[in-house]
Design a binder for this molecule. Structure first.
Ligand SMILES: O=C(O)CCC(=O)C(=O)O
Ligand SMILES: [Fe+2]
Length: 314
């Protein structure tokens, strides 16, 4: 086949396989079936669960975050983080009321579905409060998992949950999502990300999105602040994006539930002799055994006495 024809075939295949029609994100009520939420997340790369917590809880968390957010100097911001955007990371040290959000049953159930096929347990990658001030322009669309220099088909490295601490609208900078973009292959070339939609959701709602889904903060063309908390959860054998042991030192972690401590990384990943993050000393926050049955898998374990006997043929 002449080269010219071959190239145009490749090009048209490429266009038809990456083009996504603009489509709205699926919105679920909080009592929806887990399987429906997970299917929509797998299909579209993002999904909204309406009013997953009471707006009053979002108000309390937002108020607890204000001193930390207030320390953020807007002028030290970067082009990616924005010039009129406040960010703050030491969430569990400053906003203990965020605990029910970080360890929420639905978040754990969704993370179990998405991450446990590739990891025995998982952990928080980062906890970040983000307030987009009036007048801020749109953040560049991106994928959060680009911090890890690997892409394996069918394996999500992390998921993100953006909690609406205020109402999120298209006007005030609600997170922009490119539905279906988790299927774009990672490359040095920017894919067509023009088909984004705004995650519009009332205060207390949660936007679940995959680490591979293209997204970004929206422009705030309103006169109110858009306030959110993004919590990411990554495979248990990856390094956390922000160092949770320093963000939440042992004496602070000890105040929280075993599930939350485990999520912050105060537990080993794996079992027996195949563990990561083991610790031999005294620590009030550390759990020797993961507190959830689902996180105690023994997959991949080799080196038992039986293995040694089998190998020796006895
Ligand atoms: O603020 C937002 O809506 C998104 C922020 C974001 O995606 C990021 O900073 O990685
Ligand atoms: Fe992001």
């Amino acid at each position: 086949m002449p080269l010219k024809i071959l190239l145009s075939t490749v090009e048209s295949c490429h266009l038809s396989s990456t083009k996504v029609e603009s489509m709205a994100l699926a919105i679920f009520e909080k009592n929806a079936a887990l399987s429906d939420i997970v299917s929509a997340l797998r299909e579209d790369g993002a999904v909204i669960v309406n009013k997953l917590v009471e707006p009053a809880i979002a108000d309390i968390v937002r108020a607890e975050l204000q001193p930390g957010l207030g320390q953020t100097a807007l002028d030290s911001a970067s082009p990616f983080d924005g010039n009129k955007t406040r960010r703050f990371g030491a969430i569990m040290r400053s906003a203990p009321s965020a605990a029910p959000l970080v360890e929420h049953d639905l978040v754990v159930a969704v993370a179990d579905e998405m991450l446990l096929p590739h990891s025995i347990s998982y952990q928080v990658g980062s906890l970040t409060a983000i307030e987009i001030m009036p007048g801020e322009s749109a953040q560049a669309l991106h994928r959060d998992d680009s911090i890890y220099p690997v892409e394996l088909a069918g394996m999500e490295l992390q998921i993100g949950v953006m909690w609406a601490l205020s109402d999120f609208t298209a006007e005030n900078g609600g997170t922009r999502i490119v539905p279906g973009s988790h299927r774009f292959m990672r490359s040095w070339h920017l894919p067509d990300v023009s088909n984004w939609v705004s995650a519009e959701m009332p205060q207390g709602s949660a936007l679940f999105y995959l680490g591979s889904t293209w997204h970004g903060g929206g422009a705030n063309n309103s006169d109110t602040v858009r306030s959110g908390l993004i919590n990411t959860y990554c495979l248990g054998w990856l390094r956390q994006e922000s160092n949770q042991y320093l963000e939440t030192p042992p004496e602070v972690a000890a105040k929280f539930s075993p599930r939350l401590r485990a999520l912050l990384g105060y537990m080993p990943h794996g079992w027996g002799d195949d563990q990561l993050g083991v610790f031999d000393g005294e620590c009030q926050g550390f759990l020797e055994v993961p507190p959830e049955k689902n996180w105690q898998g023994k997959r991949g374990q080799i080196g038992s006495e039986q293995d040694a006997r089998n190998q020796a043929g006895v």
